[in-house]
Ligand binder design. Structure first.
Ligand SMILES: *[C@@H]1O[C@H](CO)[C@@H](O)[C@H](O)[C@H]1NC(C)=O
Ligand SMILES: CC(=O)N[C@H]1CO[C@H](CO)[C@@H](O)[C@@H]1O
Length: 746
C-alpha cells in the first residue's frame, strides 16, 4: 500500500490481503503431506512379478496421478499467494481531469442474429451509450459479423430511442442503463407526478421499439416502410449471406455533426454499424478479426485513446465504470505502467446454488485478485479497457509517460466521406502482407485469442489491473444447460492447451519478460485439460481395484495413512471455506465439486484429443456452440436447479458410464468385504471406499436422470442402455483375463 504525503494525489489505492501467514503455513503443511505421499509411493512399489502385475500397474498409475495433482496444486498457488484489491477515487479524477478526459471507443461484437437476438445486442449498446462520461468523447461501434439487416435495423431503432433514453437516464439517475434490465427491475414508476408521466412515456417508447424489432425478427426481414427511412438499407440485397457480403459501414450518429442531438438538445455519442467484408474464400479469424477491423475503422472516425470491449450479451450495470478504469490509466504516478484494466465477467442469471458452476466465482473472487498480485490478470475478451497503443503493439517504456489526451489526430467530420474511407479498411484483402493479427491488434489463430493477446502485451513489459467493483461493471448471460456448459469449457480448455504447445507457451514466450508467478498462473490455465487424464484414472481404476479388493492405499493403522488423510481433509476444508467466502452456498460448493468432476470427465478429454489431432494436422471439431437462450421448459428446469441431460451427446455417455461403473463397484466391493470377508477387514480399502462413495454421491443427479425422473431433461434411454452395457463390460473383462484370484495381493 502506498502511504505518506502523496496520498491525496493518487487516483487509486491498492490493498494486499491480510493474514497471509496462516495461508503460507497451510501451504507448507500440505506440501509436507504431499512429499510424504510421494515417499510412500516410491518406497512401497509392489513387486511386479506373477499375480501382482495388476496391482503393480495400478500402483504406478496412481503414483502418476498423484504426482500430477500435487504439481498442479503447486501451480495453483501462484494465484493464491498474494491477493490484491484495488479501489478508485473517481471524484479526484473528475476534479482534476474533467476537461482532459480521453476519447473512449467502445466495441461491441455480435456474430449471429439467431444466437444473439438483436434486442439483446441493442440493450448492451444503449447501456454503454448512456455512460456518465462527456458524450462528445464517447463512440460506440457495433461489429456485426453476420452482416444481418435485422441487426442493422435494431441498431437504427436504438439510435432513435437513445434520443429519449439518454436524457431520461440523466434526469432519473437510472441504474442499470440497459432499458430491458431497468424496466424489468422497475415495474412501477419510482417517482410521482410529472416524472411518472416521463417514466411511462419512455417505457412505452421502449416497448414499441421492442415490438417492432420482434416483428421484424419473426418475419426474418425488415418491413418495407422502414427501408425507405434510411439510406443504409440500400446496402442489402438478396445475395447477401452471413459468410458472403461486402463491407458495410454506417455511421448512425455522428457525434461531431451539430444536428445530432437528443430530445433535450444535448449532444449524442457517435454510433457506428460495421460489418466487415466476408467471402467464403477468405479466412475471417473470428472475433479477433472483427476486433481488428473495429480498431481500424474507429481510428478513422474517433480514434479514442482508450478502448472498451464488451460482448453483446454483457450490458453495463454501472454507468460510472469508465471513470473507474481511467483512475488507473490516468494515475500520475503509476498509470503509465498499465496496459489494460480487466473487470470480472459476472452473470445475471445464476441460480441460488449455481447448479452448473457457471458463476466462475472462484475465478472472479480468488484467482484474478491473485493474478493482480503477480503482474496482472489475463485479458478475458469482455469488460476490458485497453490503451489503443498497447493493442497496436507498443512496447512499454518506463521513461515515456503515456499522454492519453494528446493522442487525437485530425479527423474527418463528413459522414459519407468517413464511411467510404472506413469501408476500405475492412475488406478481405486489407490485411494481406500486414502485421495485423501478428504484431498489431489481436492475435490470430487461437480459440482464446484474448488470452494470448493479453499475454503478449504483458510480455512487452506492461502490467494490467484487475478491478472488481462492489457495483458490478458488466452483467452477462451464462449457459443454462449442462451440454452448453461442457461445450464452452471444452473450447476454453482446448484453446489454453494449444497455447501451451505453441510458441506462446508462457515459459518460453514469457522467458525473462514476466514474473514467475504469472508464468505459473498462465500455465495453470493452459494445463486445465490434461487434468482429465488423472481424474479419469481415479474414477475408473480406483473403483475397479475396489471391486477386486486390490488395496492401493496404506492401511488405516499405518503411519503412512496420516499424510493421505491430512491432505484430503485439509484441501477439501480449505476449498469449502474459500468457496463460502467467495459467495457460494454450501450446496453451491457441492455443485461446484460436481462440475469440477464433470468438466474433467466430459469436456477436457475432448479438448486433449482435439489438440493432439490439431498438432498432427487433423482439423476436426465435433461440438458447436449453441444459443444461450433456451425454451420455456428448459428455463424452468434451470430455475428449479434440475440438471438438464436430454440430448444425445457423447459427453453424457461418458458421465453415465462412469456413474454406473462406480455404483456397481462400490456395491460389490462392500458386499465382498462385509458378507464374504474377502480381505478380513476394510481397513486397507478405506480410502478407495471413500473416493468411490463420494463419486457415487456426487453423481446422484445422473442416476436420477437415468432411472427416477420422468418428463423432459432426463437421460435418453439409449445412453442409459449403452452406459450400463459398457460398465458391465468393464466389470467382467479383467476377471476373465486374469482370473480374480491372481489380482489379490502378491
Ligand atoms: C447492478 O446494479 C444495481 C444498481 O443499479 C445494483 O443494485 C446491483 O447489485 C448490481 N448487480 C450486481 C450483480 O452487482
Ligand atoms: C435465473 C435466471 O435468470 N435464469 C434465466 C437465465 O437466462 C436464460 C436465458 O435467457 C433464461 O432462460 C433463464 O430463465
Amino acid at each position: 500500500m502506498r502511504g505518506g504525503v502523496g496520498d491525496e494525489a493518487v487516483l487509486f489505492e491498492t490493498k494486499r490481503a491480510k493474514g497471509r501467514i496462516w495461508y503460507k503455513l497451510y501451504f507448507c503443511s500440505v506440501l509436507a503431506g504431499l512429499c510424504m505421499i510421494w515417499v510412500y509411493r516410491a518406497l512401497q512399489i509392489p513387486g511386479g512379478g506373477g499375480g501382482g502385475r495388476g496391482r503393480w500397474w495400478a500402483w504406478i498409475g496412481i503414483f502418476g496421478a498423484e504426482l500430477w495433482f500435487s504439481l498442479y496444486w503447486i501451480l495453483t498457488q501462484a494465484v493464491r499467494w498474494n491477493p490484491t484489491y484495488r479501489y478508485t477515487f473517481k471524484e479526484r479524477l473528475s476534479q482534476r481531469y474533467e476537461d482532459k478526459l480521453p476519447n473512449v471507443d467502445i466495441f461491441v461484437c455480435t456474430a449471429d442474429p439467431t444466437i444473439e437476438p438483436p434486442i439483446m445486442v441493442i440493450n448492451t449498446v444503449l447501456s454503454v451509450m448512456a455512460y456518465q462520461y462527456p458524450v462528445e468523447k464517447l463512440s460506440v461501434y457495433l461489429s456485426d459479423d453476420s452482416g444481418s439487416e435485422l441487426t442493422f435495423y435494431a441498431l437504427l431503432e436504438a439510435s432513435r430511442f437513445a434520443k429519449a433514453w439518454l436524457p431520461f437516464c440523466k434526469k432519473f439517475k437510472v441504474e442499470p442503463r440497459s432499458p430491458a434490465a431497468y424496466f424489468e427491475e422497475t415495474l412501477v414508476s419510482p417517482r410521482e407526478g410529472a416524472e411518472a408521466v416521463d417514466w411511462l412515456a419512455t417505457k412505452s417508447l421502449y416497448e414499441e421499439m421492442e415490438n417492432r424489432i420482434d416483428v421484424a425478427v419473426k418475419l426474418g426481414r425488415v418491413p418495407a416502410d422502414q427501408h425507405k427511412q434510411h439510406k443504409g438499407f440500400s446496402q442489402w440485397n438478396s445475395a447477401i449471406t452471413r459468410r458472403d457480403h461486402q463491407a458495410i459501414v454506417e455511421i448512425l450518429i455522428n457525434g461531431r455533426d451539430e444536428k445530432s442531438l437528443d430530445d433535450e438538445q444535448f449532444a449524442l455519442p457517435t454510433l457506428v454499424y460495421m460489418a466487415r467484408e466476408k467471402r467464403p474464400s477468405h479466412h475471417h479469424n473470428f472475433k479477433a478479426g472483427a476486433m481488428n477491423s473495429l480498431l481500424r475503422v474507429s481510428s478513422e472516425i474517433s480514434n479514442g485513446a482508450i478502448i472498451l470491449n464488451v460482448d453483446c450479451d454483457m450490458y453495463s450495470n454501472n454507468s460510472e465504470i469508465v471513470k473507474d478504469a481511467l483512475c488507473f490509466l490516468m494515475d500520475e504516478e503509476k498509470g503509465h505502467e498499465f496496459a489494460y484494466v480487466q473487470l470480472p465477467q459476472i452473470f445475471k442469471n445464476i441460480t441460488k446454488n449455481d447448479i452448473y458452476g457457471n458463476s466462475l466465482r472462484l475465478m472472479t473472487e480468488v484467482d484474478f485478485h491473485g493474478l493482480d498480485g503477480v503482474g496482472g490478470p489475463l485479458y478475458t475478451g469482455s469488460g476490458c479497457f485497453h490503451r489503443r497503443e498497447c493493442l497496436m503493439g507498443k512496447k512499454y517504456d518506463a521513461n515515456s509517460k503515456a499522454q492519453l489526451e494528446l493522442s487525437r489526430k485530425n479527423l474527418e467530420a463528413n459522414t459519407s466521406i468517413l464511411e467510404e474511407k472506413a469501408k476500405h479498411l475492412v475488406t478481405c484483402s486489407y490485411e494481406n502482407n500486414t502485421e495485423w493479427g501478428k504484431e498489431m491488434g489481436l492475435k490470430y489463430g487461437s480459440p482464446v485469442e484474448d488470452v494470448i493477446t493479453g499475454l503478449s502485451i504483458q510480455c512487452r513489459g506492461w502490467k494490467s489491473i484487475y478491478f472488481n467493483p462492489s457495483r458490478t461493471g458488466f452483467l452477462g448471460v451464462a449457459p443454462v444447460t449442462l451440454a452448453q456448459t461442457l461445450v464452452q469449457h471444452k473450447r476454453w480448455s482446448e484453446g489454453d492447451l494449444q497455447i501451451f504447445f505453441s510458441k506462446y507457451c508462457p515459459f518460453i514466450f514469457g522467458h525473462d519478460k514476466i514474473t514467475l508467478g504469472l508464468k505459473l498462473a498462465y500455465t495453470m490455465y493452459c494445463l486445465w485439460s490434461p487434468c482429465s487424464l488423472p481424474t479419469l484414472y481415479y474414477v475408473v481404476i480406483l473403483p475397479m481395484a475396489l471391486l477386486h479388493c486390490i488395496s492401493l492405499y496404506p492401511n488405516i493403522n499405518s503411519i503412512w495413512f496420516m499424510p493421505f488423510a491430512y491432505v484430503i481433509v485439509a484441501t477439501k476444508l480449505y476449498s469449502l471455506s474459500e468457496s463460502l467466502w467467495a459467495g457460494y452456498t454450501l450446496k453451491g460448493w457441492w455443485n461446484e465439486q460436481r462440475m469440477w468432476l464433470f468438466k474433467r470427465l466430459a469436456s477436457y478429454p475432448f479438448a486433449v484429443v482435439d489438440t493432439f489431432l490439431k498438432l498432427l494436422g487433423v482439423n476436426k471439431s465435433a461440438f458447436v456452440v449453441t444459443a444461450k437462450v433456451a425454451d420455456k421448459e428448459v428455463s424452468k428446469r434451470y430455475e428449479q436447479e434440475i440438471m438438464e441431460f436430454g440430448s444425445h451427446s457423447l459427453m453424457f455417455t461418458i458421465l453415465a458410464t462412469i456413474a454406473i461403473l462406480n455404483v456397481i463397484c462400490l456395491m460389490s466391493g462392500v458386499k465382498q468385504m462385509v458378507w464374504e470377508g474377502e480381505v478380513g477387514s476394510p481397513d486397507s480399502l478405506l480410502v478407495q471406499l471413500v473416493v468411490c462413495g463420494t463419486v457415487v454421491l456426487i453423481n446422484i443427479p445422473v442416476y436420477e436422470a437415468m432411472f427416477l425422473r420422468s418428463g423432459g431433461g432426463r437421460m435418453p434411454n439409449s445412453i442409459t442402455f449403452i452406459s450400463i452395457a459398457l460398465a458391465i463390460l468393464a466389470y467382467v473383462l479383467p476377471m476373465r483375463q486374469n482370473g480374480s484370484a491372481s489380482l489379490v495381493f502378491p
